[in-house]
Ligand binder design. Sequence first.
Ligand SMILES: Cc1ncc(COP(=O)(O)O)c(C=O)c1O
Length: 463
Amino acid sequence: MTFRTIIEPFRIKTVEPIRQTSRAERASALAEARYNVFLLQAEDVLIDLLTDSGTGAMSVYQWSGMMKGDESYAGGRSYAAFERTVRDITGFAHVVPTHQGRAAEHILFSTVVRRGDVVPNNTHFDTTRANVQDRGGVALDLPIAEGHQPQSAHPFKGNMDVAALERTLADNRGRVPLVMLTITNNSEGGQPVSLANVRAVRQVCERFGVPLFIDACRFAENAWFIKTREEGYADHTPLAIARELFALADGCTMSAKKDGMSNIGGFLAMNDGELARQCRTRLVLTEGFPTYGGLAGYDLEAIAVGLREALDEDYLRYRIRSIEYLGEKLLAAGIPIITPTGGHALYLDAKRWLPHIPQSEFPAWALSCVLYVEGGIRAAEIGSVMFGRQPDGTERPADLELVRLAFPRRVYTQSHVDYVAEVLLYVNSLVSRIRGVRIVEAPEVLRHFTATFAPAHEALIAS
Ligand SMILES: Cc1ncc(COP(=O)(O)O)c(C=O)c1O
């Protein structure tokens, strides 16, 4: 007999209590945080879906690996284990550890991007965009049209528009230092990229002599989608798929806080020895010696184990299914979400759910505030607050107004997911009373982290 229930493929050995709060307590905590859920105290949050980054639970094997951490300044055993694993999975010759993903981006872009250069990506994540722009480069998003259609059922909505890439490379000869593919495509809803698309992008890059780098944060989740959705891959292991994908690229940046299953860490890996030498020179300036790169030896051990655990089929099945399960409940209630559901997160479509709030009043941001007040759920806006401010200081509404419910790895169980569904169904009953917000103060870059807000009208939820 094969049973159909997909269970959490782990049992719980250590628990971290979470605390119930009253609606009144949450309303006052949110006002104190100036209507920015990033500024809340985590202990005031019941279910924290702000990010899947660095928030996962580590396994007994990771913790025991940490006890073996070699803290030698140079040439440590833990670096060797880390390097071996990254090479085994990605095939890249040179492995440069960094303290997290954006440090890898910063080192790579500050080495190869010059003012006026263009960096095409299926869709830049906010830190990649900011790092390209910080170098005076143009961060160009080239997603396929379906990536912008929240209801499209395309199985690989994270794909890059290959024809648009070809035009970009033809129009900007000598000004494109690299092409990037973000897998899965976080900013377009955690949607996967197919191997066929990576292959097509590779061919175009080769024709124009431009290297291809993968933003590999969620490479294991992407491999699972290829296995379950792309023809010809059902019998391949996630590891075999990941290897095939990396073999099409010249290098990658990685935040080990996602599919590295670790609380901190990242790396930059590549085949070009001269580029690796230049990157290591910068690494020494900003992160540390090339065999620790801003990490403790024990972090390197945790990542070495975590990268393999992320590719476990039982784990990936449970992870992708929990999000799909939540999506089914919301769709049944008529709540607009991005479909198909993504790998690490479910995205609420605030433009469709709250059509009465103009984009200038940040509907997705307002929704993230309401989820906290009503249910103690913390989620992230991916909309006009995150993307609206242009490098020249002007405002342009984002294409999509999303609220991302990102699931930490191996942290929440099915009853937590049921609770989230119940809160969202309740919010659905008061959605027409939700009002917009306005910005009070904001920094020039990555403003969503620290900006402060106030209700644009008399209250966040009209009586
Ligand atoms: C697609 C993508 N790239 C890069 C990063 C940056 O990684 P880190 O937060 O480790 O700096 C993230 C983090 O969320 C991401 O989702």
